[in-house]
Design a protein around this ligand. Structure first.
Ligand code: DCP
Length: 600
């Protein structure tokens, strides 16, 4: 298939957490509201703000009290907490509701974040075309064009009408595909509203990057088509960092290196020119992207590969007594247990490996696993504690835990399908006997950190095979910064049984530019430095950020075939990827530029 002829949509829920709260308390519908997480200080930090409140200038990141100053009627919902941790269950469940609707109607749906999904509509559009539907402008009540030429409603209507009417010439035919895609998206958005109560917006284009970009053009409750013929004029006004994959440091460096502000300004560079600075793959990726070509496929993703909970204990809150370690083993075990039970009911499968990770004040990271024979909070907590006890260097008999723990995580993975696997118990017992040769001594599976991993490479969702080929355009350099497409690297694991339940927050974390802030103001107390990757993270993103690291560690472990000794030192210098092409001139290449150590 020529990927340039694909029709891709991105669906993005509007002010998602607020809508979830309003669904529970409908009396707040239509009123200015926001959702705050953690610190009750000054009304809590806002992580979601609805559009009514945005009209008053209220923004994400503000404190609830600040919002009330701008908008006296502002109402703050608070994220639930469980055992001192943010509990996102409510939003995950709401997300699953939305994905159930999407999966029921489309085959190729990719969860991009808790409230975003890509859909490959190419085949659906072809089928629709064969049926020669008699569509009118009334079928497109909320469809807009990301065009620089259509300026008002009349022009929008005329353009859509003409695309519908003249599906003959090559160009028009391609626009017809997009407009048919837009029709399908109008329909699914309506269905989402009817079945979940949630409003959403969408972008429809030829590839994921363009769909993501134009989705934001007419939020909320609207959708936007970005046709190939409009790319140049749109790109001329699009800041480099607005492009998916160029949002973080990669984008910053591109703007510095090429002295450009807008992505369209890069059009003047030849393929050779871009490749000389960026390397072959990334230069080629960018060269094509500017011309509207980006071939990353929509990958269906379904189930979690792991379920985990973790928490940071910075400074004085570090876990420095056996009692504290035991308590937190229990708290985290409880969260994991609850999510596992739910997963078992929904997905008919069982995890068979329990993993504990911790980072200590001496910056050592420990990860150990043991068989998971039964779902029980006490069992999880006891196993975790027994593992951790072995790393306590304080004198025996003392209640001190040393070195103290500053991050603790418990997770479960290696899922078995309990429907198709007859003898899970057998398997457990076989494994247990293999791993626990003596009495009640707990044998631990140890893990190691893959040396080529960068911080954003976690993937915890099982993928189904993709129908299109993987993009080879993005090279290692951009991939390090890519917020969404790293999954191409993930070892493919066929999913035996498609499921409508899609629930993971890791991709939301990894797609969210706000989560890891490249250079925050040091005095900004909203940011905390992650002890694992040294990134500055918004305080309210920290629970997910920790889970993200934890999941990555768990997955690395899952991907291993043999039991090996683990040492996970804290990385002190940038890790070089395997097969990374060396820049021809270290001082001139973007690669060298990015890997350069900060001056202070
Ligand atoms: N979220 C979060 N922390 C952040 C950003 C977002 O917890 N730093 C949560 C709250 C959001 C949800 O994720 O409701 C989805 O994030 P989006 O960035 O999609 O923002 P919204 O859906 O809130 O608003 P929009 O309508 O602009 O997409």
């Amino acid at each position: 298939m020529n990927v340039d002829h694909r029709v891709i949509a991105l669906i993005d829920m509007d002010c998602f957490y607020v809508q979830v709260e309003q669904r529970l308390q409908p009396e707040f519908l239509g009123k200015p509201c926001g959702v705050a997480q953690y610190y009750t200080w000054k009304g809590g930090g806002l992580i979601a703000v609805n559009y009514e409140a945005r009209d008053f200038g209220v923004k994400r990141g503000m404190r609830g009290e600040q919002a009330k100053e701008l908008c006296p009627d502002f109402h703050v919902f608070h994220v639930q907490e469980l055992n001192g941790k943010a509990n996102l269950t409510r939003y995950r469940d709401a997300s699953a509701d939305v994905f159930r609707v999407l999966n029921a109607d489309f085959k190729l749906v990719e969860k991009a974040s808790i409230d975003e999904a890509y859909i490959d509509l190419t085949d659906d559009v072809q089928k629709l075309k064969e049926n020669k539907p008699n569509l009118t402008i009334d079928d497109f009540p909320s469809t807009h064009l990301a065009s620089c030429t259509t300026k008002n409603e009349d022009e929008r209507v005329e353009a859509i009408k003409s695309w519908l009417k003249n599906g003959q010439s090559d160009d028009e035919n391609r626009n017809l595909d997009l407009v048919l895609g837009a029709y399908l998206v109008e329909r699914i958005r309506k269905k989402i509203k009817e079945e979940t109560g949630f409003f959403c917006s969408a972008g429809i284009a030829r590839n994921k990057v363009l769909a993501k970009l134009c989705c934001g053009f007419n939020k909320p409750r609207k959708q936007t088509i970005l046709s190939t013929s409009d790319i140049d004029c749109v790109f001329d006004k699009t800041p480099v960092q607005k492009i998916q994959g160029l949002g973080g440091k990669a984008g910053e460096r591109v703007t510095e290196l090429f002295q450009v502000d807008y992505i369209g300004q890069l059009r003047k560079y030849s393929l050779d020119g871009l490749q000389t600075s960026l390397g072959d793959k990334d230069g080629c990726w960018l060269y094509n992207l500017i011309r509207g070509i980006e071939t990353t496929p929509v990958n269906s993703r379904n189930l979690y590969k792991s379920i985990s909970a973790s928490k940071n204990f910075p400074g004085k809150t570090s876990l420095d007594t056996n009692e504290k370690v035991r308590t937190w083993c229990h708290n985290l075990a409880e969260e994991v247990f609850n999510r596992l039970e739910k997963d078992r009911a929904e997905n008919k499968r069982r995890a068979k490996l329990l993993t504990v990770t911790c980072t200590t004040t001496t910056n050592e990271t420990i990860a150990r696993s043991c068989p998971l024979n039964e779902y029980s909070i006490d069992r999880f907590a006891n196993d975790a504690y027994r593992i951790l006890k072995q790393f306590n260097k304080s004198a025996s008999g003392s209640n001190v835990y040393s070195p103290a723990i500053i991050n603790l995580g418990i997770g479960a993975g290696k899922f078995l399908d309990s429907v198709n696997t007859k003898s899970i118990a057998d398997l457990f017992s076989r494994q247990t006997s293999k791993m626990e040769p003596t009495g009640n001594t707990l044998n631990m599976q140890e893990s190691e950190q893959a040396d080529e991993e960068s911080d954003d490479d976690a993937e915890t969702i099982t993928q189904k095979p993709s129908v299109t080929t993987s993009s080879q355009m993005k090279g290692d350099f951009f991939r390090k910064f890519q917020q969404n497409e790293e999954r191409l690297k993930t070892p493919f694991k066929p999913e035996p049984k498609p499921s409508s339940s899609v629930a993971s927050f890791f991709s939301r974390y990894s797609t969210n530019e706000n989560s890891a802030h490249s250079s925050p103001d040091k005095s900004d107390d909203r940011y905390i430095t992650c002890s694992k990757c040294n990134k500055s993270i918004l305080a309210w993103d920290m629970p997910e950020h920790e889970d993200f690291h934890f999941a990555r560690e768990l997955q690395m472990e899952e991907n291993k075939n043999s039991y090996q000794t683990l040492v996970v030192p804290k990385p002190t210098k940038p890790i070089k990827r395997k097969n990374e092409t060396q820049p021809s001139n270290n001082n001139q290449t973007l690669d060298a530029f990015i890997n350069k150590k900060p001056k202070n």
